[in-house]
Design a protein around this ligand. Structure first.
Ligand code: HEM
Ligand code: FMN
Length: 497
């Protein structure tokens, strides 16, 4: 049984032991294989890494190391774990607060009237590390910010004196599954950064509010545990469970992920195609660098000034890290392989389509059985996390409408990016989307108030969608179209009456 002192003696790249949940592991050989990069582990060489490791990795992750690397329980864990920079008040150069308030008051849930309110509570509650991760955007953050802005550049044109009845119809079909609302939960990694129940909060919300949840490959809980929470929820009214797949570098790993998702009962596969490499998010990278510096640098360079020799590589230059962990060779011709692994019964969506050209190509992918390989396209720029200056979903919707309008007749189109209001959802539907996903909206809601926060977010959106429909004079979301929009800010004028 190793002692804390034994572990502390293995504090370098040449011999690196860490403690996680009271047990010691030899991670020396694993360092260069770690998708989060060697440096993120080296910071904890010879120390307790639980606080950093735990919210990021699903249970069972470190247990998958070869058995001979399990060194057993640490016998004198009476020592207080060292505080690490994870919990300190590190702020990146852009201080990524979600929203600034002159007086940071935590609104009670009952007083949260919008998703912005929930985001404001989250901004106060989230650790700086989590705020950096959730709020970050690629490079100049242009795409992230434009996502939100573009919805506000579209005006609404209400028709009056129309009897829409007391409750306009909001139900729709999302990937073959009935949904109480034209919204769904976009896949987002690391929900346990925001709340200890992480993705389970969202699974309960999907089940109880009868909407779909798309679970990330990098969820902080296992895909089977999240699905079990959804399917066994005692208050379940409906909903659906989709699995989001990043194609890993090793094809066999993709096959394993798909097999696990199928076995767990996931009902649609959402293949993310905009991430052959992870985007350059300065806030995130800077946070990690500041945290390492606050800890005194990695064990080999502790206390030393940054010099040409000691300067750590940029995250993308570390071998095998997250930036390079995805399969950069995946292409259209691989879709039959994905369909083969996933099987014919359940739908496949491509997430991250950003041009009319690719939307059209998606409709043209035909399998050996003569059927379409893809059942829907999902327009997204990944919340501005991937390619900076990539188009917003509004721009891509307009691009498809102008250059390949037949796409809308051939495949259902889903969108996300910058959506926080019922009016945003309505605008997307008017432009031809079937349903709209929210990423940060749900991350902030669960970070603010766990399951109750996420449930509240759906209630708010439902209320806003319903109010908007009534004020527009529309009785059913299926009746929405471009006539209800003012697109003059995009240079699109209406024909004469
Ligand atoms: C015990 C010490 C460990 C620490 C401190 C640690 C830390 C981290 C950090 C900070 C990231 C996020 C990197 C980013 O988002 O930029 C990460 C990602 C990752 N780690 Fe670890 N890790 C540890 C062990 C492991 C082990 C043992 C495995 C697998 C056997 C693993 C698998 C992964 C994977 C797959 C990711 C990428 C997906 C994700 O972002 O969740 N990690 N890790
Ligand atoms: C913190 C965070 C994590 C994300 N993780 C994933 C992921 O694991 N897989 C994925 O396909 N998309 C991921 N996305 C992108 C979302 O699915 C979605 O496209 C985006 O959040 C929509 O923009 P919004 O956050 O403005 O709603 C993530 C986005 C954020 C903000």
């Amino acid at each position: 049984m190793p002692s804390v002192a034994d572990v502390a003696a293995h504090n370098s790249r040449s011999s690196c032991w860490v403690i996680v949940s009271g047990k010691a592991y030899d991670v020396t050989e694993f360092l260069d294989e770690h998708p989060g990069g060697a440096r993120s582990i080296l910071r904890f060489a010879g120390r307790d890494a639980t606080a950093e490791y735990e919210p990021l990795h699903p249970p069972g992750t470190i247990e998958s190391l070869p058995k001979d690397k399990h060194l057993g329980p640490v016998d004198d864990l009476t020592l207080e774990p060292e505080p690490t920079a994870t919990t300190s008040e590190i702020q990146t150069s852009t201080s990524p607060l979600i929203m600034t308030t002159s007086a940071p008051v935590i609104l009670p849930l009952s007083a949260c009237m919008s998703l912005e309110d929930l985001a404001q509570v989250a901004a106060i509650k989230l650790s700086p590390r989590a705020a950096a991760y959730y709020h970050s955007g690629a490079e100049t953050r242009y795409s992230r910010d434009r996502n939100r802005r573009d919805w506000s550049r579209i005006g609404l044109r209400p028709r009056v004196l129309i009897n829409v009845g007391p409750t306009p119809r909001m139900r729709t079909n999302v990937m073959g599954f009935d949904s109480s609302l034209p919204i769904f939960i976009s896949p987002a990694a690391h929900a346990r950064f925001g709340h200890p129940d992480g993705e389970l909060c969202l699974a309960r919300t999907a089940a109880r509010m009868d909407i779909a949840q798309c679970v990330s490959t990098y969820a902080s809980m296992t895909a089977p545990d999240i699905a079990a929470e959804f399917f066994n929820d005692p208050h379940k009214r409906g909903g659906a469970m989709f699995f989001q797949l990043y194609i890993p570098r090793v094809k066999k790993d993709a096959e394993k992920l798909i097999a696990v998702a199928k076995k767990a009962g996931y009902q649609a596969l959402v293949v993310t195609v905009d991430a052959p490499v992870i985007g350059k998010r300065d806030d995130d990278d800077q946070f990690q660098a500041l945290a390492a510096a606050a800890d005194g640098g990695d064990s080999e360079n502790k206390g030393k000034e940054d010099t040409e020799e000691t300067l750590p590589p940029l995250p993308s230059q570390e071998p095998g890290t997250l930036r390079a962990a995805h399969n950069a060779t995946f292409e259209w011709s691989d879709l039959p392989w994905i369909r083969h692994c996933w099987g014919p019964e359940h739908p496949i969506l491509l997430k991250g389509i950003q041009t009319a050209e690719d939307a059209l190509l998606a409709t043209q992918q035909i399998g050996p059985d003569g059927k379409r390989l893809v059942d829907g396209i999902y327009l997204s720029n990944h919340g501005g996390h991937q390619l900076d200056y990539a188009p917003t979903s509004v721009q891509t919707l307009l691009d498809i409408r102008r250059r390949a309008p037949q796409v809308f007749d051939q495949l259902p189109v889903y969108v996300d990016g910058g959506v926080l209001r019922g009016t945003d959802v309505i605008k997307a539907l008017c432009l031809g989307a079937r349903a709209v996903g929210l990423g940060r909206g749900f991350l902030y809601a669960l970070s603010a108030y766990g399951t109750a926060g996420a449930l509240r977010a759906v209630q708010i959106l439902s209320d806003e969608i319903q109010t908007t429909l009534r004020l527009l004079g529309v009785a059913d979301v299926a009746q929405l179209d471009e006539r209800y929009l003012d697109l003059s800010e995009f240079g699109i004028e209406r024909a004469k009456l």
